[in-house]
Write a protein that binds this ligand. Sequence first.
Ligand code: ZN
Length: 264
Amino acid sequence: MIKITLLGTGGSAGSPQIGGADGTGDWGELDPTEPRNRRSRPSIVIEAPDGRRLLVDTGPDLRLQLTGCGIPRIDAVMYTHAHADHIAGLDEIRILNRLLGAPMPAFLTAATLGELRQRFDYAFKPWTGGSFFRPVLDTRLISAGETVDILGMQVKILPQGHGAIETLGLRVKDFAYCTDVAWLGETALAALENLDVFVVDCFTRATPHPTHANLDQVLLWVARLAPRRTILTHMGPNMDYRWLCKNLPPGVEPGYDGMVMKLP
Ligand SMILES: [Zn+2]
């Protein structure tokens, strides 16, 4: 069995965004009285059958996400891409290093590694033993199209278009996570057939967005792939939780921070 926890299901600014008339946050079209509209930056944890945990992305809300979801330890990290909403909690890996007692295995593309090295150069210096006063990553390069063994799980790495850059999606057994995606080619679509659970970027229900799928696009993918269950993530300020529950077709639902799923 694998256990998936959605740590965060919001867009790059989270919801509410900083701002609002009284400074307590700008909710856009979201109902502030619905707790599931409070969304942190997108990230998930996949717990392997042996209990070890893979964290996908280290966003700026990481500490509150792990403590809020009761996740005490991480055994490996995978990066989808190097945008700030997916990497800027990287310094929290220092604490995860202490818990692990070792450099953190980090699976990422050469392009993402290049970005991270520029912005967090200290995290890539060799570990000389002793205490972790800075994050220490043990990098493993991956490429879209490969299937990689991570914590004993066979993880299929999928190519995705995110406007000007490429991001990585992933599939483990019949679960897939495709965040920060506006475009999926035939290779990725073929790898996403017969899913049990499809967690997918859906930033907006308005007109097409240059870097994220909108609801129309997600429903086209769902029509083609027919996953048993589709869960929306990376949701922006017009994706009200209760509106979505009422208006989405059967089998499609909004995710929420802290949502847990168990798959055989
Ligand atoms: Zn993002």
